[in-house]
Each structure stands twice: as C-alpha cells, then as structure tokens.
Design a protein around this ligand. Structure first.
Ligand code: SIN
Ligand code: MN
Length: 270
C-alpha cells in the first residue's frame, strides 16, 4: 500500500498513476453489491441523469454506509493519500458515479479543484482523488480521459457555463458549471496527448485536483461504475466558510484526521 518513489514521481509529472489490483476482484464485487443497494433509497446526495429516472451518482456514501466508512480508512487508500499530500487527511468528497449501460451521460472537460476552491474555499490544491473501478472498464463503456501533464497549468479560471443547472446540481451534471473550453483542450492535448483510464475492476487511479479530464457517454451495453474518494490535507481546510455552503455530501466538514483500520473489514474482504 505504500507508494513507490516512481508512483509519486508520476503523480507529480503526469498528474496521475494507476495501481492495478488495489482491491481484489471479490472485494470490488462486494463494494459494488453494497453500492447498488443504494438505488432503492431516497437520499439527498443521490443524483439522476437528465432523463429523471436513471441514477447518475451517489454522493457521501461514507456518511451513511459502514462499508464506505471502512473503505476511506483502509490503509490501501489512506496511506497513499497521506504520502501524496504529506499530511494527515480527511475526506472532502466521496461519490460513486454509476454511468449506466445505454444511458450514462458525459462529463465535460474540467478540472476538479476549481469546484473545491470556488464553492468550498479549499485554499490550495493539496487535495487528491482516487478512482476505484467497480466494473471492468474499456474503451466502450465511457472511461475517464486524462490529459497527461495538464495539472501543471494550475487552476484555470473558467466562466460559469450558461447551460449549467444553478446551485450544486450544476457541479454534478452533464452540463457542468466550470468547463475547460475546446481551444485550451486542443492546446493541452497537442502537448500531453490523451490517456484513457481503463482496466479491471479493483484498479485504482490516483489523480491531481488540477488534472484536466472528461468522459464520454456510455452507449455500450456495459455499466461503468466507479467510486471516487477525495482526500484533503488537514492543513488545507477552509479558513473561512463560503456564504452559501454546499451540502455535506459534496463539501466534507469532518476535519478529524482519518486513522487507518487495523484489520481490513467488509469492503476489502471477499
Ligand atoms: C468526474 O469527473 O468527477 C467523474 C467523471 C466520470 O465519472 O466519468
Ligand atoms: Mn472531475
């Protein structure tokens, strides 16, 4: 679970790195089964696609579900987060994006940190995400696309997209609030190329808050479900709160440093 100097160097140079088998196939299947049970629950952090009926995302699962509460404390993810951020950490945000077969919609080009900076007053980009694959992901079922090295441009001040839903709903919609425009994407891709985040269920991909990324719609017959855990350094909590706080399922307020679980429990055992 401890990162190698090479993995840390990739994170700093490319803005991401991949860990195969971060969870076993059985553990990923366990986590998926627990996640799909959320479909029958009505919770404020559960978001639908534009069709108004297909689930798009479940936010803040660690706030109500023991398996996710254990997952964020698992040394498999907590220790790398502490290493990358060089500090104790807590969860700023956790979501499961369940881009479903035939109906999962796109995520436009964007950086994540602008949401945490503009909406939640997170002072610096010393905040990192890990995406855990709950399905096998290939070129067909809507993988994330990264532009390697794009995090080095810093946080780009983008205007609010005119077609984005108002309020926090715009931050999780297929019409996102803050998007990177086509000329900048073209320029960044001409320098860094594109990387498509594919692999077996149980794969983990760590990525930087300023990495430019997107994903296409899922028109395939295969679901593409991922959990994304965003850890923030405890030295990087907001010093003032925004006038309008986003809900806790998007803007974590439990700043207590996470302590690693001694034994890996339900989420990580078959
Ligand atoms: C994200 O950018 O936060 C998620 C994109 C995706 O689920 O494809
Ligand atoms: Mn994102």
């Amino acid at each position: 679970m401890t990162l190698t100097p090479q993995q840390i160097a990739s994170y700093e140079r490319d803005g991401y790195f991949v860990q195969e088998n971060a969870l076993s196939q059985a553990a990923a299947e366990n986590l998926l089964a627990c996640t799909m049970a959320f479909q029958t629950q009505m919770r404020p952090g559960h978001v639908l696609e534009k069709d108004g009926k297909t689930h798009r995302a479940f936010h803040g699962c660690h706030l109500y579900d023991d398996t996710y509460s254990e997952l964020i404390r698992s040394p498999q993810f907590l220790v790398p987060a502490q290493q990358l951020l060089r500090d104790d950490v807590y969860i700023h945000q956790l979501k499961v994006n369940v881009k479903q077969a035939f109906s999962g919609e796109m995520w436009p080009w964007h950086q994540d940190y602008i949401y945490w900076r503009n909406e939640d007053n997170i002072p610096s980009v010393n905040i990192a995400s890990v995406m855990i694959f709950l399905d096998d992901i290939d070129e067909f079922n809507g993988p994330l696309f990264f532009i390697p090295g794009s995090h080095t441009i810093g946080c780009v001040d983008t205007p609010i997209a005119s077609d984005a839903p108002k309020g926090w709903e715009g931050n999780v919609s297929a019409s996102l609030t803050y998007q990177i425009d086509a000329p900048l994407v073209t320029q960044l891709v001409s320098k860094g190329g594109l990387f498509s985040a594919t692999g077996k269920k149980g794969t983990a991909v760590w990525f930087h808050g300023n990495l430019v990324h997107a994903s296409p719609p899922n028109i395939s017959p295969y679901n593409r479900r991922i959990a994304i855990l965003t850890y923030n350094a405890v030295s990087n909590i907001p010093t003032t709160q925004p006038a309008k706080l986003r809900p806790e399922f998007l803007n974590g307020r439990d700043y207590r440093p996470l302590v690693a679980l001694k034994t890996e429990k339900r989420a990580l055992t078959a």
